[in-house]
Design a protein around this ligand. Structure first.
Ligand SMILES: Cc1cc2nc3c(=O)[nH]c(=O)nc-3n(C[C@H](O)[C@H](O)[C@H](O)COP(=O)(O)OP(=O)(O)OC[C@H]3O[C@@H](n4cnc5c(N)ncnc54)[C@H](O)[C@@H]3O)c2cc1C
Ligand code: SF4
Ligand code: SF4
Length: 373
């Protein structure tokens, strides 16, 4: 697949409104910046190839190449991607200083073990100022707990990783992010431009399940008449039949109908086939019907080693995944894939012939047709 430059990134992603603000093009050069929930290009760089294009999760992403590099197996469009184990999990007794976790606190527990054991010296996480998500390079267990909880807005989380990588930092990092961020991170870790000075800073990638993230500016606009944005303590999307998004503020809870929320989903989420963050060492999401627990998918050997140690040292409690929840998760994940591939076909950004333009996604056409029929 061609690796091009920032002009093509701008044409293929920004002009087509496919940017999901992941931050993978920020911090590599002075030209791309993130401001108030949007990525802006300050200056048109003329380099024919750039890491911005190579990392972006919406430009010529060859999922088979990525899967083969990361897991040694082909991308087969199965519901959950590469899986070595799947459990129900939550933070264990060693997590005495509990943060305000979104679900079971599995993500914060894995990160805490990372610092406590010396496996990592930093973690690329996401905090929030008012309603604006803020990338954070956490350097302590306390900073991990301060970042707990989901911010359901698209966040330029990866900008800190890219800055670290571009500056030749020797930190060992954990990175937490949504599925598109894990795809971009995996593309970065493949060293696509074959740079001799490349060093992979990632010790563990923790993917978050994701159905959509919201456009921060549009969300601010919607919510400003309903609440003081600085008073938001946490947010959640309760499972069906709720049909609302819940905002807990210092002066009470406000429910906003999902019919008002859905128009704030970026167009780029519509072509995203990945619900369970398939290109990560481990992936974590909610567990249907059990709010204090997570679903935990282990995908790589280093993910397995980290999870086993977390359980052995009391950072995590692991139990068997309920069969019915697993079946529903697979149905939901396959549903997202089908919907996204249909949309990508309609929008002419899946498997585009080179003479006809460029693709956002490249996936074995036979597998696509088999899934869609
Ligand atoms: C935009 C978004 C959409 C999601 N959609 C779903 C879904 O459809 N189904 C589902 O089961 N789960 C979804 N999740 C995941 C879920 O909300 C929890 O993050 C997950 O279950 C982990 O819970 P926890 O208690 O272990 O997390 P915690 O221990 O509370 O840690 C949460 C971590 O999430 C990171 N984070 C917060 N906001 C963001 C962000 N915007 N971008 C990147 N990282 C962030 C923080 O850095 C923190 O480390 C979504 C998360 C996000 C951010
Ligand atoms: S999707 Fe990510 S890498 Fe692509 S243009 Fe947007 S912020 Fe940059
Ligand atoms: S739906 Fe996909 S593209 Fe949108 S924020 Fe979630 S992972 Fe990213």
């Amino acid at each position: 697949m061609p690796i091009l430059g920032s002009t093509e990134l701008f044409d293929d992603v920004h002009k087509k409104d496919l940017c999901v603000d992941c931050g993978a093009c920020v911090g590599l050069c002075p030209y791309f910046v993130s401001h108030n929930g949007k990525i802006a290009r300050l200056f048109p760089c003329t380099l024919p190839q750039g890491r911005c294009f190579a990392h972006c999760p919406k430009t010529e992403v060859d999922l088979n190449r990525l899967s083969t590099w990361m897991f040694g197996s082909e991308y087969d469009l199965s519901a959950l991607g590469a899986v070595t184990d799947i459990r129900k999990a939550k933070a264990g007794p060693a997590m005495t200083d509990r943060g305000m976790f979104q679900n079971g606190g599995t993500v914060s527990a894995l990160l805490t073990l990372g610092f406590r054991s010396g496996r990592i010296t930093a973690a690329a996480l996401t905090s929030r100022k008012g309603l604006t998500p803020e990338p954070v390079l956490a350097e302590s267990e306390e900073a991990v707990l301060a970042c707990s909880g989901s911010k359901y807005m698209a966040s330029p989380t990866l900008s800190t990783v890219m800055k670290e990588s571009a500056s030749g930092s020797t930190r060992r990092m954990a990175v937490v992010g949504t599925a598109c961020q894990m795809t971009a991170l995996a593309q970065m870790r493949m060293n696509p431009l074959e740079r001799e000075d490349f060093r992979d800073p990632v010790a563990l990638s923790i993917g978050l399940f994701c159905t959509w993230a919201l456009d921060t500016r549009k969300l601010k606009h919607l919510l400003k008449d309903h609440m003081d944005l600085d008073s938001i303590v946490s947010m959640d999307v309760p499972p069906p039949p709720a049909q609302v998004m819940t905002f807990n503020t210092s002066s009470g809870t406000v429910d906003i109908p999902l019919s008002d929320i859905r128009p704030l989903i970026p167009k780029g989420c519509g072509i995203c086939p990945d619900m369970t963050a398939e290109f990560a060492d481990v992936s974590v999401g909610a567990l249907e019907g059990e709010p204090g627990w997570n679903t935990l998918i282990v995908r790589t050997a280093r993910g397995a080693e980290w999870v086993e140690d977390a359980a052995a040292q009391g950072f995590l409690i692991l139990e068997a995944m309920p069969e019915a929840s697993l079946a529903n998760l697979k149905t939901g994940a396959l549903g997202k894939k089908k919907k996204a591939l249909l949309r990508a076909k309609e929008d002419n950004c899946l498997n585009v012939a080179p003479e006809a333009g460029r693709s956002a996604l490249v996936i074995d056409p036979e597998r696509v047709e088999s899934l869609l029929t």
